[in-house]
Design a binder for this molecule. Sequence first.
Ligand SMILES: CC(C)(COP(=O)(O)OP(=O)(O)OC[C@H]1O[C@@H](n2cnc3c(N)ncnc32)[C@H](O)[C@@H]1O)[C@@H](O)C(=O)NCCC(=O)NCCS
Ligand SMILES: Nc1ncnc2c1ncn2[C@@H]1O[C@H](COP(=O)(O)OP(=O)(O)OP(=O)(O)O)[C@@H](O)[C@H]1O
Length: 198
Amino acid sequence: MLKIGLTGNIGSGKTTIARVFELLGIPVFYADDEAKKVMVTDQVLIEGIKQTFGTQAYFDDGSLNRKYISGIVFNNKAELEKLNALVHPAVFRAFDSFDQQHKGAPYVIREAAILFESGSYKMCDRAIMITAPLETRIARVMERDDISRADVENREARQLSEDEKLKLANDVIINDGKQLVIPQVIALHELYLSLARN
Ligand SMILES: CC(C)(COP(=O)(O)OP(=O)(O)OC[C@H]1O[C@@H](n2cnc3c(N)ncnc32)[C@H](O)[C@@H]1O)[C@@H](O)C(=O)NCCC(=O)NCCS
Ligand SMILES: Nc1ncnc2c1ncn2[C@@H]1O[C@H](COP(=O)(O)OP(=O)(O)OP(=O)(O)O)[C@@H](O)[C@H]1O
């Protein structure tokens, strides 16, 4: 079974494109969703986050105060690294058990915003990079999340540039709103099926 990483900078369309692979019957592991899940279920992790960022990191009902945490980590690299060091090992463990559950699949996709930054692309056989012009991505995220341009730019600044990621990627999907996405996904799907057979 091949492991294919799928990434792209903020608003590039990772989740949208991962859903197309799912429609083709391919299991997709959503690392960002898993990160949010373990942050409210793993008691050791919850304690670590509270000790590091304060009890305000959680609401009284146990849910994550994402605005509070974002305000800290997306404005300070060292704080983001602390959060990553707490959360990522738990996400890596979840990915291993996802693989075990889908051993019969020709390949699985690992969708992750920070596939390259976290080093997790090294655990994959190939990596897909989704690209779209910065202005398109900013407009998409401002509309989707109802946040300011500055907020989106701040998050973009915490990620490697598209150019740096393109150097590390094996495959590229252009999601600029002009080129058709589905034919690009199908071409990669066929490539991965043939690699999985050989
Ligand atoms: C800080 C948190 C709570 C903010 O949640 P929120 O719902 O507001 O944002 P969301 O998760 O959708 O992220 C928005 C964008 O921020 C960027 N981003 C998220 N986490 C990171 C990170 N660790 N490093 C760099 N950029 C990041 C990505 O572009 C992402 O698409 C959340 O992002 C988080 O818990 N991050 C740490 C866990 C993590 O590393 N997740 C990513 C992959 S495992
Ligand atoms: N080709 C497209 N045309 C128009 N809208 C699109 C296209 N691709 C994605 N979008 C929209 O842009 C927004 C961002 O897409 P999506 O959530 O898939 O990106 P993402 O890379 O997963 O984002 P993030 O990095 O914030 O997690 C969504 O509202 C989505 O519906």
